[in-house]
Design a protein around this ligand. Structure first.
Ligand SMILES: Cc1cc2nc3c(=O)[nH]c(=O)nc-3n(C[C@H](O)[C@H](O)[C@H](O)COP(=O)(O)OP(=O)(O)OC[C@H]3O[C@@H](n4cnc5c(N)ncnc54)[C@H](O)[C@@H]3O)c2cc1C
Length: 187
């Protein structure tokens, strides 16, 4: 993992939960939902930057806080996305959120991928299930910087066809002429 460059650190206090609003909720699979969020503070939203692979802490009032990978690419400036698998107390509360609901977010945190070191090389990204969340951000970053890399291959597996996340993205990756996209299910 690379050292995080300065621009990956939010200018304001990174440990302070910032109010944010749910803009959209996407049902990806029976137990995974994606939430698109924006900070309520417009100037904070404009200056918010993160690096592909970094995470955030999402808290729901009255339920608690949990860690999630930022699943959107750094180039997406309108919102940031978390994809959440329902496993326990906080993730169940997150699955009950609707567009317009308010939450709090601490971000960005954690490490990134050493994408600078990969320049000029062929890249194979392999992910499965909810593990695709940080890799979606990474792969979209690689697409945004397509000329810096050689061949781009994405191999994505899920347990069953109904467990495949990001169907719209999958269709685009499948259609992309210069991307080798392979998807696989166990059953
Ligand atoms: C760096 C990092 C990044 C993460 N990114 C994501 C992400 O992008 N999307 C996502 O959905 N999750 C992600 N997780 C996992 C997520 O943080 C947990 O699923 C969440 O904290 C569970 O909180 P909860 O209150 O709902 O569950 P709890 O109420 O705390 O747990 C309920 C029960 O489920 C078990 N449990 C909890 N989580 C899991 C799990 N993941 N697998 C199996 N059993 C579990 C617990 O052991 C406990 O028995 C990430 C975790 C880390 C550390």
């Amino acid at each position: 993992m690379s050292t995080i460059p300065r621009e990956g650190i939010k200018a304001s206090e990174p440990l302070r939960p910032e109010p944010a609003t749910v803009l959209d909720v996407i049902t990806e699979t029976p137990n995974i939902k994606s939430l698109r969020l924006a900070f309520d503070d417009e100037s904070l939203m404009q200056s918010f930057s993160f690096l592909q692979g970094q995470v955030g802490q999402l808290s729901v009032p009255g339920a608690g806080e949990a860690t999630f990978a930022i699943a959107s690419p750094p180039s997406q400036r309108e919102y940031f996305q978390f994809s959440v698998m329902k496993t326990g107390v906080v993730t169940t509360a997150i699955h009950e959120l609707r567009a317009g609901d308010r939450v709090a977010v601490r971000a960005p945190m954690g490490n990134t991928f050493p994408t600078d070191d990969w320049k000029g090389r062929n890249i194979v990204v392999i992910g499965g299930g909810i593990g695709m969340a940080p890799l979606r951000s990474l792969f979209m970053y690689l697409e945004d910087h397509r000329d810096d890399y050689g061949g781009l291959q994405l191999i994505y597996g899920a347990r069953t066809p109904k467990d495949v996340c990001y169907l719209d993205d999958c269709r685009q990756w499948e259609a992309g002429s210069d991307i080798d996209f392979v998807t696989s299910v166990d059953t």
